[in-house]
Design a binder for this molecule. Structure first.
Ligand SMILES: [Zn+2]
Length: 380
């Protein structure tokens, strides 16, 4: 199960979408001991700070089916030095000028000759969505003196990045905050720019940069074997654990589908999804939900197995179909949201066809308080 060698008796432990559901206290005890032997650290979520901060009672967590334990492998990440190819600590590995603790080679430079930096002057009035930004090419960064040398040329770079006269005007507004030098017949703009950036003292605020120097990789090491940073290990790095005996089997009610979808990591809100009929649900989603239905609800699990292959695959359709299967009077949530408005605006602006469902969702979405606030710029 999940690539783990677990002892399971009469299905007393079931996995659904990567989480483990335990049916009895005995099974829990066995699972914990086997996970600990496998190298996992296990956090007791009844004691978790976020639970206490939110004021949620332990009995609510149990009754509502919160995960009560969180198992995780310790940090398995190491740096791999590009010069000596040895495993090193990840701590500070990606800070400008950091040196490998084994061979002394530099593992990373943020900015080198040829890197590009996009920035604004560090001034409250200038910051904001559409405030002008400058993009320039780096010559060098003297971190000891805290001086950044840039080639005197403004590069293109998207919506807010200004060039030409607009860039010159923006620079002129901030005259005195930089100086210009000539070096080997090359004009350079010099800014004060410290290694440790400080909101109060900094002259410029960086937005993004490209062309950093990397002399390392991040790898994971599990049982002596090396994996790339984003590779999946043969076992999960984290597992949520549920105690199902507090709440299962779930009775058949008009919102049972919401519970099933949520345990499968899916929203029960049709309005959240694309409204143009594009596929969302895969057989993988339904088979995970089928497991949940079989072990933790009072629904007819064989009937569910027969039914789901004909459920619609798009988000809103699939939600309606599972809801209808669970209860004839199921109440399906369909909340307006800003996403639908943005999609409709985008499609509309490109002259693309919108389905009736999309038009309706977008109209509903205009009632979303976020839309009024963010898009239209006013609040009720
Ligand atoms: Zn090294």
């Amino acid at each position: 199960m999940l690539g783990l060698n677990l002892t399971i008796k009469d299905n007393d432990i079931v996995d659904v979408t990567g989480s483990l559901y335990v049916k009895t206290p005995d099974a829990l005890k066995r699972l914990m001991s086997e996970l600990r032997k496998g190298g996992y650290e296990i956090e007791n979520l009844r004691e978790a700070k976020h639970r206490k901060d939110d004021g949620v009672s332990v009995s609510t967590m149990e009754k509502d089916g919160w995960s009560l334990w969180f198992a995780k492998l310790p940090d398995l990440r190491y740096g791999l030095c590009g010069s000596c190819h040895q495993l090193i600590s990840t701590s500070g590995i990606q800070s400008h000028g950091h040196k490998c603790e084994k061979c002394g080679a530099v593992t990373y430079y943020d900015l080198i000759d040829g890197s590009t930096l996009t920035f604004v002057f560090n001034n409250d009035k200038e910051r904001g969505f559409l405030s002008p930004q400058l993009r320039m090419k780096v010559k060098r960064w003297d971190t000891e003196k805290g001086l950044l040398y840039l080639y005197d040329e403004f590069l293109e770079g998207g919506l807010s990045v200004v060039t030409g006269d607009a860039a010159t005007k923006y620079m002129d507004k901030h005259i005195g905050k930089f100086h210009i030098i000539e070096e080997n017949k090359q004009r350079l703009v010099v800014f004060k720019y410290d290694l440790v950036w400080n909101r109060d003292a900094a002259v410029i605020e960086p937005y993004d940069h490209f062309g950093s120097y990397y002399n390392h990789e991040i790898v994971k090491v599990w049982k002596g074997k090396q994996y790339n940073e984003y590779d999946r290990l043969p076992v999960p790095e984290t597992i949520s654990i549920y105690e199902s005996w507090h709440w299962a089997p779930l009775p058949v009610t008009p919102n049972l589908h919401s519970r099933i979808l949520s345990f499968a990591g899916q929203t029960d809100d049709q309005g959240w999804h694309y409204q143009d009929g594009r596929p969302w649900f895969t057989s993988g989603h339904w088979t995970e939900m089928a497991k949940f239905v079989r072990h933790f609800t009072q629904l007819d699990a064989d009937a569910f197995d027969r039914a789901w292959p004909s459920f619609r695959r798009d988000g809103p359709g699939g939600i309606a179909d599972i809801a209808h299967f669970c209860h004839k009077e199921a109440v399906v949530q369909n909340d307006p949201n800003i996403g639908n408005v943005l999609i409709a605006l985008d499609k509309g602006s490109r002259g693309e066809h919108m389905t009736q469902q999309e038009v309706e969702a977008a109209k509903h979405g205009l009632g979303d308080p976020l839309v009024k606030k963010g898009l239209l710029g006013y609040e009720d």
